[in-house]
Design a protein around this ligand. Structure first.
Ligand code: HEC
Length: 171
């Protein structure tokens, strides 16, 4: 009987300790999450010089423009839209790094700064990346289902990129 009571008491203390531990841990986690909200990278996009925007430098059919806007501009232009959840630390660091890397590789907002060989190289890149399903980055799609490219979207974009590249080469 005494043994039974001691055993019960012991498990009671153990679970109580466990509960306390979980509480402290959660409190710590929540405070850490709150504190890191004050530490964020600068996500303000540089102002876009409209004369350098791709649409000011080449004719883009409407449907192509809309598709690029929907699927690519967030990472490949200064027209990035930042939904509220994208600004939560620490996720914002991951997203910001993709946006920065994306703009370094291809930036539709500074298209006018590219020389002809570079434009052709980028158009060639668009054709292959889209054809191979590498772009838009898969990590982007769960939160942006509208950016996903169907087979016909892919064909439309790759056809456009190839034709635009050919037109540049004969100019
Ligand atoms: C979520 C961000 C994101 C989206 C959306 C996105 N990209 Fe990218 N893209 C990147 C990153 C980051 C790179 C750099 C290479 C890498 O990390 O794979 C890249 C690289 C590229 C490159 C290679 C450029 C070069 O010359 O090195 C092309 C071309 C490209 N993307 C085209 C597109 C197109 C077209 C779309 C829309 C259909 C698109 N991307 C959508 C992030 C993105």
């Amino acid at each position: 009987m005494v043994f039974y009571v001691v055993k019960k008491l012991n498990t009671f203390r153990k679970t109580n300790l466990m509960k306390k531990f979980v509480k402290i841990f959660l409190l710590f986690l929540v405070s850490a999450l709150v504190i890191i909200q004050f530490i964020k990278p600068d996500t303000n996009s540089p102002a876009e010089d409209k004369t350098k925007f791709i649409a000011s430098n080449m004719q883009i059919p409407d449907n192509i423009f809309k598709q690029l806007e929907k699927s690519c501009f967030d990472c490949h232009s200064y027209r990035t839209q930042w939904p509220w959840y994208s600004k939560i630390s620490p996720v914002v660091y991951l997203i910001n790094s993709d946006v920065k890397k994306g703009r370094e590789h291809l930036n539709f907002s500074v298209w006018g700064d590219y020389d002809k060989p570079r434009m052709m190289d980028k158009l060639d890149g668009i054709e292959t990346e889209v054809k191979d399903g590498e772009m838009p980055l898969s990590i982007y799609l769960p939160m942006h289902p509208e950016a996903k490219l169907t087979e016909s979207d892919k064909k439309m974009l790759t056809d456009w990129a190839r034709t635009a590249k050919e037109q540049l080469s004969t100019k």
